[in-house]
Write a protein that binds this ligand. Structure first.
Ligand SMILES: [Zn+2]
Length: 231
């Protein structure tokens, strides 16, 4: 079906792909044989053994939600710790997967500056400055009624992450915001302009380089090189 629809790859996402772990192993193998890529949008709470099985089956990229610090996991996720999530991210990187981290910033849960700084420092230590970090805006849903995350708090988080040395920081769920875009880490030139899930403009030149300064942009080479590959 994916081939017929002209898709380039698969993504297993809502609500948590690990609920479909065995299915993922089967379908990723088939997709890989057909030249499709495979991705996961996950909470990252799995054993390293399971992660290696996914890689073997054909997983190419994983986006991991880091909910916050240990206290956030204990209070809001009924999970003992954030450690397994960072272990997953570290191992995914070591295995050569494309890794991105997302932090859903929830009003009154994980929106304090010291929480953001702690998360950013951990990200840097485990995954380095080039691994993208996204702060996404929360909206009230189901049993949680706190007001939506203020955009100024998201912008403050962006600033903290840049101050600490992260090179690819994004804001999400704020359509039209300039921090949805990708900027060159060397010269600041706009590289990819986005709105929501749409790419409006992509200025990457040959070998995924910045059109202004020539820096190699560590990004998935979708627009330049076919077949699809990771840098
Ligand atoms: Zn540049």
């Amino acid at each position: 079906m994916a081939k017929r629809a002209g898709d380039e790859g698969l993504c297993i996402s809502f609500t948590e792909p690990l609920m479909l772990f065995e299915y993922s192993l089967e379908v990723f193998k088939l997709a890989r044989q057909q030249g499709l890529y495979n991705t996961y949008v996950s909470n990252g709470y799995l054993t390293l053994e399971a992660l290696r099985e996914l890689k073997k089956a054909g997983l190419d990229a994983i986006k991991i939600d880091v909910k916050g610090d240990r206290e956030v996991y204990r209070r809001f996720c009924a999970a003992p710790s954030d450690e397994p999530v960072w272990s997953t991210a570290r191992e995914a990187k070591r295995l050569g997967l494309h890794v991105e981290i997302v932090n859903l910033m929830v009003t009154g849960v994980n929106d304090q500056e010291e929480q953001v700084r702690g998360l950013v420092r951990r990200h840097l230590k485990e995954l380095g400055a080039y691994t993208p970090l996204h702060f996404t805006r929360y909206y009230p849903a189901f049993k949680f009624n706190a007001p939506p995350t203020s955009v100024s708090k998201l912008e403050a988080a962006y600033k903290v992450a840049k101050e600490e040395g992260l090179l690819y920081v994004y804001l999400g769920n704020v359509p039209g915001h300039r921090y949805e875009n990708t900027y060159c880490h060397e010269c600041g030139q706009l590289i990819i302009r986005r709105e929501g899930f749409k790419v409006l403009e992509c200025r990457l030149v040959k070998d995924n380089r910045c059109p202004s300064c020539g820096a190699a942009i560590p990004i998935v080479g979708r627009y330049v090189s076919k077949p699809w590959r990771f840098l």
